[in-house]
Design a protein. Sequence first.
Length: 227
Amino acid sequence: MAPKRATPFMPRHSHEYAVRVSQRSGKNGSVVAAECLFCVYFGRESKVGSKRKNTGNIKYFSMPFRADNYRQHHVKQHPQKWEQYQEANDEEKKMFFEENRPVKETLHNHYGAKQVKQRYLINAPIVKVIIGELLWDPDDIDGSTHKNMMSSFIDYVDESEVMEEGEEGGDRFCIEINNPVQFSLAIEYLQAGLSFRQAARVMIGTKERTGLAAIGSCSDYTIAIGS
């Protein structure tokens, strides 16, 4: 059997087939791998009727760098974008990816994955004094809203700690975040200077505009309690 022909990377293929050099040899600088720009900027296209979720992996080409390998991948994984790219002139091809962010940096990719609950340990004085007292109107401290909010914080006792007789809890509290997507967005909005009510309104608007169901329902109360 004749050995495979070691076809080197052709620079003109970068423009013609929308691929980009991603790795070079440390010895002689020759191209070792090239990545598909459609994968990088748009992700793989969904197939009509397919029940399987598209992989988010980027396609990397290695030697032999043959044109038919590029075409085969584009036709199977990016049929619409590949057709648009082929119809574009040279100037349009140069700008094809300019106004797009890599798909892994987009909101959908970042927040579209299955959520995993997060737990945080907070020093007791922060919970009892700052969150439990200073942030509230004195007349509301004994109310049901205050009680519900503070119930989110649970006494955390390290098994290595030795508690004295009659002593309750440790020096920290644990809080569990059920919706990390909503929580992280809320932090961003509050850092920008929005109030709890404003943050909730922007959160709802974000959900409606992006279609991200993972954000869930939201109000100024849920922003305040952080879960």
